[in-house]
Write a protein that binds this ligand. Structure first.
Ligand code: SER
Length: 300
């Protein structure tokens, strides 16, 4: 949100959520994606010309509540696309590495490949990619999107994903000097630091449509690592940091069904995608930012 406001002006970006924001943050609309009328009213009231549709239930929670995940992820997307069709706005939709499954090639996963996900999250993401393509081909809605890997941020706390460990580990490293990881030490997944994710979302929406061969679901990645490797990167700054493993079979099974590394060649070719943050730089920034944030909280 703040990245969009920085680029387009605070008054030109309407935040929305099912939770009220802090006062003074700029224009806000309460929108529940399970209520099409609420999406429609917000879009019309502000003359919105592009929707960043980010509301979704992530992979681990979706396995606990598959029917809720279907309604929020699939129904929310369908309603958003319907509003976009009626009002002529563009739509950014994030897909995920979760749209792949165990029969997908696991190394350097190509842009166009086998997609047989085995999670409800993945089913909604793969179907969502198709629905976005359909709305573009059939109704001319300017739908665009990327497949995000695990996102690492010191601002947004993770909420029920399989890749959450890659955020929690930094908090725990600063707070307690140790972390118990629910994925095994060698579980390799693609990841991205939030500033790169914001850049990807903005760049794909601003991309010259004449260059786009794909529209939705561009593979994007910045790095891939295992819990053992991120622990090692943290130890370069905090030599006493310790990691233990207590595997959660549900999340491990989900992670084991996803690629180890995806190829973002199509995004690089069609809209010049190029990430700025590798593991070393992400680690440095996460630790420094969290140190500031957490010491501020203690003082407050
Ligand atoms: N970060 C997401 C999850 O773990 C994947 O897109 O569910």
């Amino acid at each position: 949100m703040s990245a969009l406001r920085e680029r387009y002006g605070t008054e030109n970006v309407i935040a929305s959520d099912i939770r009220m924001p802090q006062a003074g943050d700029g224009p806000f609309e309460f929108v529940d994606v399970t209520q099409q009328r609420q999406i429609d009213v917000a879009v019309r009231r502000h003359g919105v010309d592009a929707i960043y549709h980010l509301a979704a239930i992530l992979s681990a929670v979706a396995e606990e509540k598959p029917h809720v995940a279907w309604d929020v992820n699939m129904g929310g997307l369908y309603r958003t696309l319907e509003v976009a069709r009626a009002s002529g706005c563009a739509v950014f939709v994030p897909s995920s590495i979760g749209a792949f499954g165990p029969s997908t090639p696991r190394e350097s996963t190509p842009q166009d490949t086998v997609q047989r996900p085995t999670t409800m999250y993945g089913v909604t993401k793969a179907a969502g990619e198709l629905l976005c393509d359909y709305y573009h081909a059939r109704f001319g809605v300017d739908t665009r999107g990327v497949r995000f890997p695990g996102l690492v941020s010191h601002v947004a706390l993770p909420g029920g994903g399989t890749t959450d460990y890659a955020v929690e580990i930094f908090y725990e490293a600063i707070k307690h000097g140790r972390y118990t990881c629910y994925l095994g030490p060698d579980t390799r997944l693609d990841m991205m630091y939030m500033p790169d994710a914001l850049k990807a979302a903005i760049d794909v929406m601003e991309a010259d449509p004449g260059r786009l061969v794909h529209r939705n679901a561009f593979n994007v990645t910045a790095m891939n690592f295992t819990p053992a490797e991120v622990a090692e990167a943290i130890r370069r700054h905090l030599p006493d940091f310790r990691i233990e493993y207590r595997i959660d079979p549900v999340r491990q099974r989900i992670a084991d069904s996803w690629p180890h590394s995806i190829s973002d060649a199509a995004a690089r070719e069609e809209w010049d995608w190029s990430p700025d943050y590798d593991l070393a730089r992400t680690t440095e920034e996460m630790l420094a930012s969290l140190r500031r944030k957490l010491s501020g909280e203690e003082e407050a």
